[in-house]
Design a protein around this ligand. Structure first.
Ligand code: ARG
Length: 466
C-alpha cells in the first residue's frame, strides 16, 4: 500500500468524534488490506443502489449518472493500479465512497442514502461468493470430465480393490474413477443448493431496521440478479449462514480431494507402482537423488486441513452473536476468501495432474492377480453349484490357507488339488479365479464390470450436461 494520504479526520463517520483514532486501533479495526478484493462487487452493488434511488426519486438522474460514471472510473483506476488504498479509511466501502466524493463532489455524498455498510458488506460478500461458486462449479465439472475420460480408457483395466487397505476383490480402474466422480457430483449438488441461499439480497436492510426512504428493493434485486430481497432486515445484516454453508461444502470438496490424494500417493509409491504422476507434477529431493515426490497430492491433502479449520473459525465467529450486525463479522472474510482460493487451486491442479497421469495397467493387473483377491469368486462359484454359502466360505478359506502354505496363488493350484476340497469344482473354476473373470461377473447397475462402467460413463456425461 502506498503512503496513506488520508488521516483520521477524513473518516466518513468522524462527525461525533473529538479525538483521533489510536493508530494501533486504526490498524486493528481496518479490513481494507483483505476486503479490497470485494471492490468489483462493491461497485456493482453501489451502482444498482444508485439506480434504484434515482428510480424512486431520491436521487436526480444527473446525480445518478455522475455516481455511476464516477464508480466506473474508480473501478478502472483500481484495475490499472491507479488507486491508493487507505487504512485510515478502514475498508473497501469507505475507500471507494471517499474517492467517489473526491471525484464527483456533492452527488457522491448522496450515494449512501438509505444504506449502511452493514447491508452493503453483506451484499458484496454474497455477490462475490455467488461468482466464486459459479467458478468452482465449472472447475468441479472440468475435473469430472477428466475422470470420465480416464474411466473410458480404463473401463477394462483391472486393479485390486481394497477394504481395510487389504486386497479385497478386483475392480476396474474405470469403476474406481467413477467413484471419485460421484463424490464430486454430490459436491456440485451441495454448492448449487447453497447458491440458492447465497443469492438473496440484504440491501435495503440498512444498518438493521430498514430505511425511511421509499426504496424499491425488488428493483435493486433485479438489477443485481438476486432471486429475492431478504425478508427480514435484522436477519439480512447479521446472517452469515451462507458463508458457513459454503465453507462446509468446500470442506467436503477438500475432504474428497484429500482422499484421492491419499490414494495417488500410495499408488505412485514403489510398493504399489500403479500410476506415474508425471514429472511436471512432482518434485525431487535435495539429498536423495532417486526421489520423485508426489508433492501436489500431498499438499492438497494438507490444504484440506486449512479449509476444515476455516469452517470451525466461521462457526465460532457466529455462535455467540446477538442480533444484528457485530464487528465480529469482519472476520468472516479471510477464512472465506482463503477457502475459495484453496478449493479453486486444488481443483485446477487436480484436473491438470490427472490429465497427465500415466496408468500402469500391467502392474495393476499383477497386483489384482495376487493376494487371493478372487477368493470370494471361488466361494460364489461353489454356492452357485449348490453348496450353501457359509460352507462355501469355509471351504474356500481352507483352499486359501493351503495356497498360502504352499506359496501359490489360487490360479496356480491344480484342478485335482481344488477338487480335494470340493467335488463340485470343475475346469471352469479357473475362469472365475482370474481377476478379469471376477470383474466381468459383477454386471449390474453400480457394479464394476467393464460393460457397466461404460454404461455409467454415458449416464454420467448426461448428468454433467444437465
Ligand atoms: N468492514 C466491515 C465488515 O467487514 C463493514 C461493515 C462495518 N459496519 C459497521 N457498522 N462498522 O464487516
Amino acid at each position: 500500500m502506498a503512503k496513506d494520504k488520508h488521516t483520521s479526520q477524513d473518516k466518513l463517520w468522524g462527525g461525533r468524534f473529538t479525538q483521533q483514532t489510536d493508530a494501533l486501533v486504526e490498524r486493528f479495526t481496518a479490513s481494507v488490506s483483505f476486503d479490497r478484493r470485494l471492490y468489483k462487487h462493491d461497485i456493482l452493488g453501489s451502482i444498482a443502489h444508485a439506480r434504484m434511488l434515482a428510480r424512486v426519486g431520491v436521487l436526480s438522474e444527473t446525480e445518478c449518472a455522475a455516481i455511476v460514471t464516477g464508480l466506473q472510473d474508480i473501478e478502472r483506476a483500481i484495475e490499472t493500479g491507479g488507486f491508493d488504498w487507505s487504512v485510515a479509511l478502514e475498508d473497501v466501502h469507505m475507500n471507494i465512497e471517499a474517492r467517489l466524493i473526491e471525484r464527483i463532489g456533492e452527488a457522491g455524498k448522496k450515494l449512501h442514502t438509505g444504506r449502511s455498510r452493514n447491508d452493503q458488506v453483506a451484499t458484496d460478500l454474497r455477490l462475490y461468493l455467488r461468482d466464486a461458486i459459479d467458478a468452482i462449479l465449472q472447475q468441479i465439472k472440468d475435473l469430472q470430465t477428466v475422470l470420465l475420460d480416464i474411466a473410458g480408457c480404463e473401463a477394462e483395466t483391472v486393479l485390486p480393490g481394497f477394504t481395510h487397505l487389504q486386497v479385497a476383490q478386483p475392480v476396474t480402474f474405470g469403476h474406481h474413477m467413477l467413484a471419485w466422480f460421484e463424490m464430486l457430483e454430490r459436491d456440485r449438488a451441495r454448492l448449487k443448493d447453497c447458491r440458492r441461499r447465497v443469492n438473496v439480497m440484504p440491501l435495503g436492510a440498512a444498518a438493521l431496521a430498514g430505511t425511511c426512504y421509499p426504496i424499491d428493493r425488488a428493483y435493486t434485486a433485479q438489477l443485481l440478479d438476486f432471486d429475492t430481497p431478504a425478508e427480514n432486515s435484522l436477519d439480512a445484516v447479521s446472517d452469515r449462514d451462507f458463508a458457513i454453508e459454503f465453507t462446509a461444502a468446500a470442506a467436503l470438496v477438500m475432504t474428497h480431494l484429500s482422499r484421492f490424494s491419499e490414494e495417488l500417493i500410495l499408488w505412485s509409491s514403489a510398493q504399489f507402482d500403479f500410476v506415474d504422476l508425471g514429472d511436471a507434477f512432482c518434485t525431487g529431493s535435495s539429498i536423495m537423488p532417486q526421489k520423485k515426490n508426489p508433492d501436489v497430492p500431498e499438499l492438497v491433502r494438507g490444504k484440506s486441513g486449512r479449509v476444515i479449520g476455516h469452517l470451525m473459525a466461521l462457526f465460532t465467529l457466529m455462535k455467540a452473536q446477538p442480533l444484528a450486525y457485530n464487528k465480529d463479522n469482519q472476520e468472516d472474510k479471510e477464512p472465506l476468501f482463503d477457502t475459495i482460493d484453496t478449493v479453486q487451486d486444488s481443483l485446477r491442479v487436480y484436473a491438470a495432474m490427472l490429465g497427465a497421469m500415466q496408468i500402469k495397467r500391467e502392474r495393476m493387473l499383477h497386483a489384482a492377480a495376487s493376494g487371493y483377491s478372487t477368493a470370494t469368486d471361488l466361494a460364489d462359484y461353489l454356492a452357485k453349484k449348490g453348496v450353501p454359502f457359509r460352507d462355501a466360505h469355509e471351504i474356500t478359506g481352507k483352499i486359501v490357507r493351503h495356497a498360502i502354505e504352499t506359496r501359490r496363488e489360487l490360479t496356480q493350484l491344480t484342478l485335482e488339488e481344488l477338487r480335494g476340497f470340493s467335488a463340485v469344482i470343475k475346469q471352469d473354476v479357473f475362469d472365475v479365479l482370474k481377476p478379469q473373470g471376477s470383474v466381468a461377473e459383477r454386471n449390474h447397475l453400480g457394479g464394476t464390470a467393464p460393460a457397466q462402467v461404460r454404461a455409467a460413463i454415458a449416464r454420467a456425461r448426461e448428468r454433467l450436461a444437465r
